[in-house]
Design a protein around this ligand. Structure first.
Ligand code: DLL
Length: 439
């Protein structure tokens, strides 16, 4: 296959002409649909039910003829039912815990791991990293894809990897300082915790060599980026991915920080209306659907990610020709409906962080009172604010309440809480606590 590029410099693919890219995508799409049809029973049955064969895919637009895959398909076929190669070809398994019961399991052939390593290498290069960097990988190592994914990509780049994994925050700071770490990979919420921990030890991140953060695995807002960059002096880049597709490295920001370039040569993106399943044009917001064009152990065809975003097809100032996806505003599952109003946690974060005097630590508590659903927002305030100046606290509380209410259009109970009372996260933060009585 490898029709167009037998070239070592894979980052050339970031700048390839769009017509070549489409040609490559179509060739890879046809190949992966054929592979899945031949080797995955669930996929073959679904195509047969619709009277479709892989030969019906003649153009990229024909992808819309194919059925969607969903997380439930992974659960129903747990653990290995979607594997498309014999176990002897599979060299790695990962799993994502999920909230209920059994995890979902994903697998990789040696070639799949090579693809993964290359996309992460390109991702790091896109945030300006090179072999001269010291990259501390503080995503969890293990079944979670974050640690090992970032690890091998950074090694492929030739950078020096410090595989700290998550946790033991004091030690993270010590190594960061002693080793002269220049880039960190972890969740944005964990990095906030590191900034705080460093400050507690009288270390100002501005004084350390660290200059880049590669943050993802959870939703975060531009307001949060502003806080992180200001508090640490680093440039904070957004990286996106999910276990089902490959792990981290599906999309990444470039220096322009205006959306994440998706590695379209391996991951074919579509945006659909989550209600009707209809494909939406570039620019419109909806649910991201991804087809893995070159993953053989477990091909995902039209996988519904539940993540909400849009495709940005305008050219980017960095020169990359890969289309971008906008910051993931939320997962459709994260949205909650209170008295008929749709609310996303990211809206609340944006409102809270627009006001000075807060820390990036907050919880959103949903509860029922007199048969009505309500929102409480607990926000931790800074040491300076947490004073006995009752007036100042009252003013802050009012300001925050009106910022949140103004943005979401609902009344909220907003509580200021003392410094260090909200639980810190070393991985994916859980900020929404649902105590609603189920009707
Ligand atoms: O979180 C993979 C990953 C690791 C991505 C490290 C980036 C960095 P899962 O545990 O399967 O995989 O969770 C995937 O996390 O569907 C999104 O809802 C969310 N997510 C991941 N990256 C971002 C991001 C990893 N940059 C799920 N912004 C996805 C918002 C994100 N949400």
């Amino acid at each position: 296959m490898g029709l167009l590029y037998e070239n070592d410099d894979l980052s050339a693919l970031d700048y390839v002409r769009q017509d070549y890219l489409r040609e490559l995508q179509l060739e890879r799409l046809r190949r992966i649909v054929r592979h899945a049809y031949d080797h995955v029973e669930l996929f073959r049955n679904r195509l047969n039910e619709r009277g479709i064969t892989p030969d019906d895919i003649k153009t990229l637009a024909d992808i819309a003829k194919l059925p969607f895959m969903k997380k439930i398909d992974l659960r129903d076929t747990y653990p290995f039912g979607l594997f498309a190669v014999p176990m002897s070809e599979i060299v790695r398994l990962h799993a994502s815990s999920g909230t209920t019961g059994k995890p979902i399991v994903v697998s990789y052939t040696r070639e799949d791991l090579e693809v993964w390593m290359q996309v992460i290498k390109r991702a790091f290069a896109s945030c300006g990293l090179s072999r001269n960097d010291i990259v501390q990988v503080a995503y969890g190592y293990g079944l979670f894809t974050g640690g090992l994914g970032a690890h091998y990509g950074a090694e492929a780049l030739g950078a020096t990897v410090v595989p700290t994994s998550g946790g033991n925050t004091k030690r993270q700071i010590m190594l960061m300082r002693d080793f002269g770490t220049t880039a960190i990979c972890c969740t944005p919420s964990y990095f906030n915790f590191m900034i705080e921990q460093a400050a507690a030890e009288n270390i100002d991140m501005h004084d350390l060599p660290i200059r880049v953060g590669v943050f993802g695995a959870e939703p975060w807002t531009n307001a949060m980026r502003g806080r992180i960059e200001e508090a640490s002096g680093i440039k904070a880049y957004d990286i996106y991915g999910l276990s089902e597709i490959i792990g981290p490295g599906v999309a990444i920001e470039c220096k322009c920080q205006q959306g994440m370039h998706i590695f379209e040569d391996h991951f074919y993106p579509e945006i659909i209306d989550p209600e009707t399943g209809e494909v939406l044009p570039d620019g419109e917001f909806g649910e991201l659907v991804i087809t893995t064009l070159s993953k053989f152990a477990m091909p995902m065809i039209r996988y519904r990610t539940r993540d909400l975003t849009r495709i940005i097809s305008e050219p980017c100032a960095c020169g990359r020709t890969l289309r971008r996806i906008d910051r993931i505003s939320s997962r459709s599952d994260d949205m909650f409906i209170i008295r008929g109003v749709n609310v996303f946690p990211s809206q609340i974060e944006t409102a809270l962080l627009s006001i000075e005097g807060t820390t990036p630590n907050y919880n959103i508590i949903l509860y029922t009172e007199n048969g009505m659903d309500n929102i409480e927002v607990d926000v931790e305030i800074s040491e300076e604010m947490f004073s006995d100046r009752v007036r100042a606290m009252e003013a802050l509380q009012k300001k925050l309440t009106s910022a949140v209410e103004g943005l979401i259009g609902l009344r909220v109970k907003l509580k200021l809480v003392a410094p260090n009372t909200i639980q810190r996260s070393e991985g994916k933060a859980r900020r929404v606590i649902d105590r609603r009585e189920k009707a």
